[in-house]
Design a protein. Structure first.
Length: 101
């Protein structure tokens, strides 16, 4: 699912860069696609860290159980947040599609 999001963001970012300069805001603001891409990559980093700490705990390589549990909970919360954002985006899209012009 994450690779689908990243590939979608990669297709959106170039189309936003092709907009005329008059359509872009005058104040420098971070692009939404960039923010979303950063959020997905940070969630992936938390997931990787949780996986490596749990693996270290299982292998007995000096990882404390508290570290593993904290890393796992951080990854879980990040995933739940990403899921909530996705659900809100899908809901907003569905509401826009139901609008009658």
């Amino acid at each position: 699912m994450q690779s689908n999001l990243v590939s979608l963001l990669n297709t959106i970012a170039p189309s936003a860069a092709a907009l005329p300069s008059s359509a872009l805001p005058s104040a420098p603001a971070p692009a939404f696609a960039g923010l979303l891409k950063d959020a997905v990559s940070s969630e992936q980093a938390l997931e990787d860290k949780a996986s490596s700490t749990v693996e270290g705990l299982i292998n007995g390589s000096g990882v404390d159980i508290h570290e593993a549990m904290i890393a796992t909970q951080k990854a879980n919360l990040a995933f739940e947040m990403a899921l909530a954002v996705r659900n809100k985006a899908v809901s907003a899209y569905q509401q826009v599609m139901q609008m009658q012009f």
